[in-house]
Ligand binder design. Structure first.
Ligand code: SAH
Length: 217
């Protein structure tokens, strides 16, 4: 990726490294993904800050260090089929596109889904399918998934996403508990699902059938 933002990108990678992100493939993905194409034009100056930024429709592009933590929790090996719930800007999907061969990403706000598709195309990403719809239901046509990331806080782990996990598959989802959120990882072994907790999270609420009704949370 050669553009005038290369120096900023290198600094972002350095900042992530200083925060303890060690996964080389993840760091490389941040070095190769043009985040400025995924933020509104007026905010491009700040595109490589380690900060969440508004993307319209009351939504945000998540903080890079949070996304790096997420990717680390999935421990991707490079062969997985991945489902993302909450495309938002499309940036996380673009990062994933460097790490795995296939990404399906579902976004419930149609305008954001369309914006994300345009940004992904501008970034030259070809292995991400963006669907406009309710991602709390997953996306059956391409299931099962080796990894599922939910980029919005949910009242509980959405059932359909568990059913769409492959054997040994991992799901990462922020769960809302009162006024705080906790990042939870679920690993599937046959019909059992092992949970572990990865610390605090800060995400916008999940909507849709298995999310929060509009106006709540
Ligand atoms: N990963 C994104 C940030 C996601 S913000 C990025 O890299 O920019 C969370 C997104 O989840 C918002 O865009 C919101 O509209 C979307 N969302 C919330 N509930 C959803 C649902 N049920 N299905 C699909 N998308 C949902």
């Amino acid at each position: 990726m050669t553009d005038s933002y290369g120096g900023y990108r290198a600094r972002l990678v350095e900042a992530l490294r200083e925060q303890g992100i060690r996964d080389m493939a993840v760091l490389r993905a941040f070095g190769e993904t043009p985040r400025h194409l995924f933020v509104p034009e007026a905010l491009r100056r700040r595109a490589y800050d380690d900060a969440a930024l508004p993307i319209g429709h009351g939504q945000t592009i998540s903080q890079p260090s949070t996304q790096a933590q997420y990717l680390g929790a999935l421990d991707l090996q490079g062969r997985e089929r991945v489902l993302e719930v909450g495309t938002g800007s499309g940036y996380q999907a673009a990062l994933l596109s460097h790490l795995v061969p296939r990404v399906v990403s579902v976004e419930c706000v149609r305008e954001l889904a369309e914006q994300a598709m345009a940004a992904l195309a501008a970034a030259g990403v070809q292995n991400v399918l963006v669907i406009a719809g309710d991602g709390s239901l997953g996306w059956r046509p391409e299931a099962p998934y080796d990894a599922v990331l939910v980029s919005a806080a949910s009242p509980a782990v959405p059932e359909p996403l568990l059913h769409q996990l492959a054997e040994g598959g991992k799901l990462v989802v922020p769960i809302q508990r009162g006024s705080t959120q906790e990042l939870v990882r679920v690993v599937r072994r046959g019909d059992t699902f092992a949970h572990d907790h990865l610390g605090e999270a800060h995400f916008v609420p999940l909507r849709g059938r298995h999310g929060f009704p509009q106006g709540e949370a």
